[in-house]
Design a protein around this ligand. Structure first.
Ligand SMILES: [Zn+2]
Length: 216
């Protein structure tokens, strides 16, 4: 099962990829996770991508392709993978196709999580974090006392990439550079639209049902 999750930032790609990874027994390959781990460890890659991501921009194609090629060459990806956060541009998609074709492989399905901008903005800009790792949401999962963690009484904060202005920039970048991938994969008959609004678990169930109908 070689799958790509497409959709705007905040559409729930990460949550779906995690659930599908467990259900389908293939690894979840998230470029965002790879970048964040490198930023945390202060590697050369981390230093390079930190400023790009904070500005809501995309990591250059050559760099993104190199990182994904390296990850997909690992043994655990031999029987498939779920890509989340890649490809983000047409050149990245073309290079991914070429990379797989060299091994006689291809992408089986591209799930496109459809979610309106306004829903995404309210979802992301309502996120509140605590330094203990717990996460809250102003409407979805509010703390008992506004702005305070239920467990340790510490003050909650907004992640830099979750600020409304950054979210709007990320959505503009998505519409301009990533949305053309929808037509690219539709032309290859690999695209499958999924309603990205609603509860995470319900969306997973609906995706698994769709994959079964497709014989995947
Ligand atoms: Zn806390």
């Amino acid at each position: 099962m070689r799958m790509i999750l497409l959709g705007p930032p905040g559409a729930g790609k990460g949550s779906q990829a995690q659930n599908l990874s467990v259900a389908l027994c293939v690894p979840h390959v998230s470029t965002g996770d790879i970048f964040r781990a490198n930023i945390k460890e202060g590697t050369a890659l981390g230093i390079r991508v930190k400023g790009i991501l904070t500005a809501g921009e995309l990591v250059p194609d050559d760099l993104a392709v190199r990182i994904v090629a390296d990850r997909l060459s690992k043994a655990d990806c031999a029987n498939g993978f779920i890509l989340d956060g890649f490809p983000r541009t047409i050149p990245q998609a073309e290079q991914l196709d070429a990379m797989l074709a060299r091994d006689g492989k291809a992408i089986d399905v591209v799930l496109n999580l459809v979610c309106p901008d306004e829903v995404i903005i309210s979802r992301i800009s309502g996120r509140r974090l605590c330094c203990c790792g717990r996460t809250y949401h102003l409407t979805g999962n509010p703390p008992k006392v506004a702005g305070i963690c239920d467990f340790d009484g510490k003050t909650l904060y907004v992640r830099e990439d979750d600020k409304e202005e950054t979210v709007r920039t990320r959505l503009e970048t998505y519409h301009r550079q990533t949305e053309p991938l929808i037509a690219y994969y539709a032309q290859k008959d690999a695209l499958c639209d999924v309603d990205g609004e609603g509860a995470i678990a319900d969306i997973t169930v609906s995706i698994l049902g769709t994959l079964e109908k497709m014989g995947l």
